[in-house]
Design a protein around this ligand. Structure first.
Ligand SMILES: NC(=O)c1ccc[n+]([C@@H]2O[C@H](COP(=O)([O-])OP(=O)(O)OC[C@H]3O[C@@H](n4cnc5c(N)ncnc54)[C@H](OP(=O)(O)O)[C@@H]3O)[C@@H](O)[C@H]2O)c1
Length: 222
């Protein structure tokens, strides 16, 4: 064993979950792929093991995956975020839950339309309560890029109420080849979620396939 936490990816059969699984598996984390069906999870694990044969991976249904993972990542479509959390919440107590949801509302995906709670990240934290440390991240990273072995020109805004939990997710972002930044409490997840619609507009109007964000800084605080 690598000594690194196992990471359970719920909906890890999908596009973003696959990208994160590939990168964290290559970094030496045991990956647990969660799905609504064991068969789909097993097929995803088979693919993952072809890419990272040295690193163990397991297939489970979402609730078992949530219970098994040291850290849990939710990568299902935003409209199914809460219904999925309902089925797995018992396994999340005391853990970090990384929420990647971008609450786009088709057909106007280039227009910011955040949910009533303020953001999907805040909605998840409100639903789960203080026993689960929800950290919102990766909203601005394209799944398709994560799945390739390339440098991605986009940083990760990391929002969550516990600084230690944000530190851990920034570390995981680095292991996936990305720079993460402390973006403050979970209320601030709204900014990264909204930014995705802006990046979609930029892609369309400036004919870029994947626009991204980079945080820059100058000087030091006294
Ligand atoms: N795609 C991107 O580039 C990207 C970028 C940043 C953030 N995100 C966010 O990442 C999340 C996943 O996006 P994605 O593109 O990876 O989605 P996806 O491929 O469409 O779906 C991911 C997985 O969600 C599960 N799922 C589908 N319908 C469901 C339902 N009704 N209830 C529960 N689970 C269901 C499926 O897994 P099973 O059938 O195996 O259960 C599916 O493989 C979304 O919240 C999205 O906003 C995506």
């Amino acid at each position: 064993m690598s000594g690194k936490e196992s990471i359970a990816i719920l909906g890890g059969t999908g596009d973003l979950g696959t990208g994160l699984a590939i990168r964290w598996s290559r970094a030496g984390h045991e990956i647990v792929i969660g799905s609504r069906t064991l068969e789909k999870a097993k097929a995803a694990v088979e693919n993952l093991q072809k890419i990272s044969p040295e690193t163990p991976a397991r297939a489970m249904q979402n609730a078992d995956a949530a219970a098994a993972g040291g850290i849990v990542v939710l990568t299902v479509p935003a409209e199914h975020q809460i219904s999925t959390l309902e089925t797995v919440r018992a396994g999340l107590v005391g853990k970090i839950l990384i929420d990647v949801s971008v609450p786009l509302v088709p057909p106007r995906v280039g227009t910011v339309q955040l949910p009533h709670a303020g953001s999907a990240g805040k909605r998840a934290q409100d639903f789960l309560g203080a026993d689960v440390m929800v950290v919102s991240a990766f909203q601005n990273i394209a799944a398709h890029l994560l799945q390739q072995d390339i440098q991605i020109d986009c940083d990760v805004l990391v929002a969550g109420n516990k600084r230690g939990a944000r530190d851990k997710v920034i570390e995981l972002a680095a292991e996936a080849g990305l720079t993460g930044w402390h973006a403050g409490p979970i209320d601030n997840a709204a900014a990264a979620e909204a930014l995705t619609s802006i990046l979609i507009q930029i892609n369309r109007r400036h004919e870029i396939s994947h626009s991204g964000i980079k945080i820059v800084g100058q000087g030091h605080q006294e």
